[in-house]
Ligand binder design. Structure first.
Ligand SMILES: Cc1ncc(COP(=O)(O)O)c(C=O)c1O
Length: 390
C-alpha cells in the first residue's frame, strides 16, 4: 500500500477526514470473500437490457456519436424525459431546455443536489430506514441529518411528518423516496396529497428520489412533481426498471432556478453524459412501456413467491408494494442484532443479506433481501434459509 504524505491529511476538506465509504458496498465486498455464498445484497437487476434499447446504443456508436454532448444531456433525451414524466406521472410540462438535467445515474443527481441546493450546517430530514447513500452524501456536504424514524410500519404518516417539523421548524430540506428502498413501502395518491398539504405550508426543499416509480405493484405511482412542483426536485433514472445499472443514465427535473443551480455543479463534475447511453435511454423512455410491464409482472411474481416462502419458515415480513426488496424481521432469538445474524447466516448458510441497521434508525432487527436475482438463486436461498432456521 502506498501511504500519502502525513501532512496531506490535514489539508483535506474536514467533512471528508474520515474516509467516506458506502457501508453497503463494503459489506458486499466482505461477503464476496465467502466461497459459495449467494448474495441478495445489492439492488442490481439480474435481467438483461431489452434488445431494442441495446440496438439504439449500438446505432449511436456506429453513427459516430462520440463527441461532447450538451452538458445537461442531449435535447432529444431531455424532451423524452419531460414527455415521459407528463404521460406517466402527470407532472408539469418541464421545459427540456432549462428544467431537465441528464446525470450519470441517479447517484450523480443526488450528489449534485445535496451539494448545490443546501449550505453547510443546513438541516436535512431523512425518513428512515433509508438508502444509506443519503446519510453519506449529507455528511460529506456538511448537512445536519434529522432522522425521521418511520418504524414499526415504515409508513411516513402526516402525524410523523408534523411531529418532526414541530421539532425542527428550521429544517431546510427533506428526502422522499418511494417506492422505498429498503422497505418497499409506497403511497397512494391520497396519502401523497396529505403529506403535500403539510409540506406546502413550509419552505422545505423536497428531493424526491423516485427511481423505483415503475416498480409500484399495487397502484400507479404518484409523483411529488404532480402535487408539489414548486419546491420539489425529482431524481430518477433508468438503472432499476430498465435493468440499465451499468449504462449510468439518471436525471433530475424541477423548477428552473433550482435545476440550473444543480446544472452548474453537474457541468463541473461530468462535462456531459455519454451520447450512446443517452440514445439508449431515449429509446427506453419512448418505446419501453412493454418491457416495463413485463418486468413489473416478473418482479411481482418473484416477490410474492419469496414472501410466501419466508413466511413459511417464520420470518415476519411487511408486504412490499413496490421495489424489488423485502425487509424482514430477523428471528427473535437475535433480538436487534441484525449484523450478528447476517454474519452468522453468511458463514453457516452461505446467504448474503443486508443488516437493517445500515439503513438508519428503525432498521435494527431487520434484514433486506433483494429479489432482483434469478429464480433459481432465490429458490436456493429459501432452501438454505429453511435449513438454517431448522
Ligand atoms: C433509492 C435509490 N436511489 C438511487 C440509487 C442509485 O441509482 P443509479 O444507478 O441511477 O445511480 C439507488 C440504487 O441502489 C437507490 O436504491
Amino acid at each position: 500500500m502506498l501511504d500519502a504524505k502525513a501532512e496531506l491529511v490535514n489539508q483535506m476538506k474536514p467533512v471528508l477526514d474520515q474516509p467516506v465509504v458506502s457501508p453497503l458496498r463494503k459489506l458486499d465486498e466482505d461477503l464476496a470473500q465467502i466461497p459459495g455464498l449467494i448474495r441478495l445484497t445489492l439492488g442490481e437487476p439480474d435481467l438483461s437490457v431489452a434488445e431494442h434499447i441495446k440496438v439504439a446504443a449500438q446505432k449511436a456508436i456506429a453513427q459516430n456519436d462520440s463527441h461532447y454532448a450538451p452538458s445537461s444531456g442531449s435535447l432529444n433525451l431531455r424532451r423524452a424525459i419531460s414527455q415521459y414524466m407528463q404521460e406517466r406521472f402527470a407532472s408539469p410540462a418541464y421545459d427540456p431546455q432549462t428544467e431537465v438535467v441528464v446525470t450519470i445515474g441517479a447517484a450523480e443527481a443526488l450528489f449534485a443536489s445535496f451539494n448545490d441546493l443546501f449550505r453547510p450546517g443546513d438541516k436535512l430530514i431523512i425518513p428512515t430506514p433509508a438508502y444509506p447513500v443519503y446519510a453519506t452524501l449529507a455528511q460529506q456536504a456538511g448537512l445536519e441529518i434529522i432522522e425521521l424514524n418511520t418504524a414499526p410500519d415504515f409508513n411516513l404518516t402526516p402525524a410523523k411528518l408534523k411531529k418532526v417539523l414541530a421539532q425542527h421548524p428550521d429544517a431546510k430540506g427533506m428526502i422522499m423516496n418511494y417506492p422505498a428502498n429498503p422497505t418497499g413501502v409506497t403511497y397512494q395518491e391520497a396519502e401523497i396529497q396529505e403529506l403535500v398539504a403539510i409540506l406546502a405550508r413550509t419552505s422545505l426543499l423536497v428531493i424526491s428520489d423516485e427511481i423505483y416509480a415503475e416498480l409500484s405493484y399495487d397502484y400507479p405511482h404518484t409523483s411529488m412533481a404532480k402535487w408539489l412542483p414548486n419546491q420539489t426536485i425529482v431524481v430518477s433514472g433508468l438503472s432499476k426498471a430498465f435493468a440499465m445499472t451499468g449504462y449510468r443514465v439518471g436525471y433530475l427535473v424541477g423548477p428552473q432556478l433550482l435545476v440550473q443551480q444543480v446544472q452548474a455543479m453537474h457541468q463541473l463534475i461530468v462535462a456531459c453524459p455519454p451520447g450512446p447511453m443517452m440514445a439508449a435511454a431515449e429509446e427506453a423512455l419512448t418505446h419501453g412501456q412493454t418491457d416495463l410491464a413485463l418486468t413489473r409482472q416478473l418482479y411481482q411474481r418473484r416477490g410474492e413467491w419469496l414472501l410466501t416462502g419466508l413466511a413459511k419458515i417464520g420470518f415476519q415480513v411487511i408486504r412490499p408494494a413496490g421495489t424489488f426488496y423485502v425487509f424482514a424481521k430477523i428471528p427473535t432469538a437475535w433480538r436487534e442484532d441484525d449484523v450478528g445474524f447476517v454474519t452468522d447466516l453468511a458463514h453457516k448458510a452461505k446467504v448474503g443479506l443486508v443488516p437493517g441497521s445500515l439503513f438508519g434508525a428503525g432498521g435494527a432487527g431487520y434484514v433486506r433481501l433483494s429479489y432482483a436475482a434469478a429464480e433459481s438463486e432465490l429458490a436456493l436461498v429459501l432452501n438454505r434459509l429453511t435449513a438454517y432456521v431448522n
